[in-house]
Design a binder for this molecule. Structure first.
Ligand SMILES: Nc1nc2c(ncn2[C@@H]2O[C@H](COP(=O)(O)OP(=O)(O)OP(=O)(O)O)[C@@H](O)[C@H]2O)c(=O)[nH]1
Ligand SMILES: [Mg+2]
Length: 451
């Protein structure tokens, strides 16, 4: 594993500078063999050196070389960073040159994988590096940073230690099986599992929030044909994404796009107008709209203030209440009416806008942010954002339920010990205390080359 790997660390394409990264035992020697500045092999760690990269006699580029000696780099191996000019041609020449000298092109995520294998951080933290690099707004950044600093790992380790204690007590009992002793009180074990279960439930539930942080809070826009749903989508996105026309049934499929409100990513979904229809394609669109309502975190019911009767609106609200999801009643085309019904003005879920004129849209955005309750995540709670972690947590929970069932049914100690070991296994999977090559390959192959 200690061969020397090389890759471009900055994004491909033209830039003022590019950084080529090497890691492994020969990093400095390989770089020195094509560098005409100071003798790199005799320099200290964390120093930067100016000189030319030479291919034989030919100067390839004028560069700065940063040195990281053993243990004191991201990978905890000897590393070099070459800052060259950001031309694709120069980058390729230097990488090819280093490969000719004996380096190997890094696999996706191999730098981070080495950092993990050398004990810089655990698996959950390594995965957070990828999330951090991919983070594009305040909330996903905060969640990734928290995880990289060990957020979920800390909680998992604490749970695991408690369980390990009980597992060893029960295994001890196995050694004394002739004598009918009980080192581990079954009642205490059940209490402990109850406590662990509480934490698991909290973590598992947070995944919904974590998922939302990563992929955007889904907000669906529904309403009758011609209410102005597509006009509103365009106003929110500030671009002409969806087709708008005065023909009822213009939108036949769902259209989605994302925007940032208050540092949180929201995904807006425009749908086909809700009505009974004989048109087959439109009917599929209406069916999808219903499906999207179920999947969304917030429903915006949009209606035309100039045509929709109060009774219909209130009946619709009743249905929304029954769906038990946050919702907003959006009265559109405010420009076309003299006044708005008093019953609506008193309703805390109601807001009026004129989507075409883009009036009231800013206030609507504030309301969307407030109703989505996304400010919760800022309290610094640990949020599970990773589907793999979520699955392991669910598996742990199921295994622990088996333990409790086992105690209640007074199964033998060896079965009980086995069930506890299962839950330990799943918890260990999250932080990488338990890992297989397949699992590691799967995780790190999702990284880009150079990370
Ligand atoms: N006066 C006025 N007209 C609007 C407003 N918002 C939308 N409209 C018009 O209403 C018509 C329907 O708008 P759309 O956005 O296509 O309506 P929709 O809800 O997407 O309709 P479907 O896709 O058919 O379900 C268009 O002619 C818009 O220009 C508004 O605030 N005021
Ligand atoms: Mg439409």
């Amino acid at each position: 594993m200690n061969d020397t790997i090389v890759a471009l660390a900055t994004p491909p394409g033209v830039g003022a500078i590019a950084v080529i990264r090497l890691s492994g035992a020969e990093s400095i020697a390989l770089t020195a063999s094509c560098f005409d500045g100071k003798d790199l092999l005799t320099q200290k760690s964390h120093t930067i050196h100016f000189g030319n990269i030479l291919d034989g006699e030919e100067i390839v580029d004028e560069v700065l070389v940063s040195l990281f000696l053993n243990q004191r780099s991201f990978t905890k191996e000897e590393s070099v960073e070459i800052s060259c000019h950001g031309s694709q041609y120069i980058i390729n020449r230097i990488i090819q040159l280093l490969i000719r000298k004996g380096a190997r092109l890094a696999n996706p995520g191999e730098f981070t994988q080495r950092a993990y294998l050398n004990g810089r951080f655990d698996l959950a933290q390594a995965e957070a590096v990828a999330d951090l690099i991919a983070s594009e707004n305040e909330s996903s950044h905060a969640a990734a940073l928290n995880q990289m600093r060990g957020g979920i790992s800390k909680e998992i380790k604490a749970l695991r230690e408690k369980l390990v204690h009980f597992a060893s007590m029960i295994e001890l009992e196995l050694d004394f099986s002739e004598e009918d002793v009980e080192f581990a009180s079954r009642d205490e074990l059940k209490e402990l599992i109850k406590g662990i279960d509480k934490v698991l439930v909290k973590l598992i539930d947070s995944f919904q929030l974590g998922n939302v942080i990563k992929n955007g809070v889904p907000v669906v826009i529904v309403g009758k044909p011609n209410a102005g749903k597509s006009t509103l989508l365009n106003a929110l996105l500030e671009e002409e994404k969806a087709i708008v026309s005065d023909i009822a049934g213009t939108t036949r499929d769902t259209i989605e796009d994302e925007i940032n409100i208050g540092g949180v990513k929201f995904r807006f979904i425009d749908t086909a107008g809700l009505r009974e229809t004989t048109d087959q394609i439109e009917a599929i669109g209406v069916e999808r709209a219903n499906q999207k309502m179920k999947e969304s975190s917030l429903i915006m019911y949009l209606f035309d203030l100039s045509t929709e009767g109060l009774n219909v609106i209130l009946a619709q609200e009743q249905q929304l209440i029954e769906m038990d999801k946050p919702y907003i009643l959006v009265g559109n085309k405010r420009d076309k009416v003299e006044s708005e019904p008093a019953a609506l003005l008193e309703n805390e879920h109601y807001i009026s806008i004129a989507a075409k004129q883009e009036t009231g849209v800013a206030a609507l955005k504030d309301m969307i942010f407030a109703k989505s309750q996304m400010d919760n995540f800022k309290t610094g709670n640990v949020v599970v954002t990773n589907a793999r972690h979520h699955q392991s947590l669910v598996n742990t929970q199921n295994a622990l339920h088996d333990v409790v069932r086992g105690i209640d049914n007074q199964i033998t100690n060896d079965f009980l010990a086995q069930d506890i070991r299962h839950s330990l296994y799943y918890l260990g999977e999250i932080t990488g205390e338990i890992s297989t090559d397949d699992l590691l390959d799967n995780i790190f192959s999702k990284f880009c080359i150079g990370k």
